[in-house]
Design a protein around this ligand. Structure first.
Ligand SMILES: Cc1cc2nc3c(=O)[nH]c(=O)nc-3n(C[C@H](O)[C@H](O)[C@H](O)COP(=O)(O)O)c2cc1C
Length: 176
């Protein structure tokens, strides 16, 4: 598949079959995230992978936005200490979040290529998830990605037109 086809094919999937995801596929998803761009190439983030059913349920219990089910979670966490040490306040408060968002998108696109479904979740209790996973104070869960083999794939929700998205297009007179 071409990149643009994968971009359009990816959907936020919220219902999955019981089939477990193979370990090498999960590793490939992490690799895809690692290859995302990162401000200053700092990569101040880490991933927690959860496949154990009971632990997925525990995260779900403190995540109002986590609908449906899944067979694996990847929790993308900012390393605030590393982000601050290398990028100051902007690195800690802004860039680490941007890095995580873009890494999550890489992960979801690779999941699509591998025939997996994914859904990025932000509606969860960050402090409660940090406590549940016994993470150090500087490691802050920013996004949860649910994963699995899709039970059903939602219809694509509507998208804006290029004309609606682009508010200024500054070009030379002779440019098309
Ligand atoms: C930053 C971010 C946070 C999101 N949080 C949630 C969430 O908490 N729960 C949820 O079900 N979907 C969540 N989503 C998925 C969006 O609802 C979804 O991307 C949007 O409806 C468009 O659908 P599509 O991804 O299938 O194109 C989130 C997506 C992003 C990018």
């Amino acid at each position: 598949m071409q990149v643009f086809d994968i971009i359009k094919k990816r959907r936020s999937v919220r219902f999955y079959t019981d089939e477990a995801i193979e370990g090498d596929k999960l590793k490939k998803l992490v690799e895809a995230a690692i290859w995302a761009p990162s401000a200053g190439n700092i990569h101040a983030w880490n991933i927690v992978i959860i496949q154990r059913k009971g632990d997925i349920e525990l995260v779900k219990a403190i995540s109002p936005g986590m609908l449906g089910n899944s067979t694996a979670l990847m929790i993308l966490c900012a390393d605030k200490r590393k982000a601050y040490a290398k990028g100051g306040e902007v690195g800690r408060d802004v860039l680490s979040k941007m890095d995580i968002a873009i890494a999550a998108q890489n992960l979801c696109l690779e999941a699509t290529e591998l025939g997996l479904g994914s859904c990025i979740i932000r509606s969860f209790n960050q402090e409660a998830v940090r406590g549940l996973l016994d993470l150090p104070e500087n490691i802050i869960p920013e996004l949860v990605v649910t994963l699995g083999y899709p039970r059903s794939i939602p219809h694509p929700p509507p998208r804006r037109t290029v004309e609606d998205a682009v508010i200024r297009w500054i070009k030379e007179e002779n440019e098309q």
